[in-house]
Design a protein around this ligand. Structure first.
Ligand code: SAM
Length: 247
């Protein structure tokens, strides 16, 4: 299977991060380390994101409700749950079993959210044209760009014509001290710094992709980028949220 070694490493890292301090690994805030996230406040960040982003998507003329949505890299269900207010069924997909366990724990949207473990470099578990919306935040940045491109092609495949694709992806590191480290050091060295100096339970790789490359590959898969808006999850990276429509 292509990307087998990369996926095994990503799965191991995120399982370790999930078991150690899942909510912090998903939304890194210094004050929320070591189980410090207030659970309600954590999920409230997801509700706020989905309401703001779907409003923006609606203003751009994109489809923002319907039968079936996919939340790729769903983690603890922070975004899956609020998506269920807009779609009859939301499918959360993740590579880490510990994340999926959390997502299903005390899920107020349980009847409308389903979760599936996927360790493949594709979304063969879903049929072509199944989804009205494919959504992904702070996920594609954590894998090698070639693998992110493979998933982007799959997002296009599983979307129905006229469906919406909304995802976040950094373009490149900023000229900050940490941004310079991201520019200059290989991922293995950054992983050592994260583990030894910053105390991460496992490395959290970060990658960007030039906007022009993203646009080019989406166009080749029949996806039109309606807008690419700046977004700020990570102070050391320039990031975009892409609002797209399947032709
Ligand atoms: C920073 S968390 C974001 C979770 C969620 N999107 C959110 O914003 O709350 C990244 C998530 O992506 C998942 N992930 C990483 N690589 C993945 C892959 N190849 N397939 C599915 N999930 C993946 C991780 O397990 C983790 O739960």
């Amino acid at each position: 299977m292509p990307f087998a070694r990369e996926l095994a490493a990503i799965g191991r890292a995120w399982s370790t991060l999930a078991d150690a301090d899942a909510l912090w690994a998903i939304c890194i805030r210094p004050e929320a380390r070591h189980g410090g996230w207030d659970v309600a406040a954590f999920y409230a960040t997801g509700a706020a994101e989905i309401e703001a982003v779907l409003s923006q998507a609606g203003r751009l003329g994109l489809r923002t409700s319907g039968q079936h949505a996919l939340d790729f890299g769903c983690g603890a269900g922070r975004l899956t749950r609020p998506l269920a207010l807009h779609f009859a069924l939301v499918q959360g997909v993740d590579i880490a079993p510990g994340m999926l366990e959390l997502a299903q724990r005390d899920d107020p949207a349980a009847g409308r959210c389903r979760y599936v473990l996927n360790t493949r470099p594709d979304l063969a578990v879903f049929q072509a044209g199944e989804f009205d919306l494919v959504y992904s935040s702070i996920v594609l940045q954590h894998m090698p760009p070639e693998l992110a491109r493979a998933y982007l092609a799959e997002f296009a495949r599983v979307l129905r014509p006229g469906g919406s694709l909304i995802f976040q992806l950094p373009t490149h590191p900023r000229w900050t001290v940490r941004g310079l480290l991201y520019r200059c050091l290989p991922p293995t060295a950054l992983g050592v710094i994260q583990r030894r100096l910053l105390g991460y339970a496992a490395p959290m790789r970060m990658h960007g992709m030039a906007e022009r490359r993203v646009r080019g590959m989406l166009a080749a898969h029949g996806v039109e980028v309606v807008a690419a808006a700046p977004v700020a999850y990570h102070p050391d990276w320039r990031e975009l949220r892409y609002f797209c429509r399947r032709r």
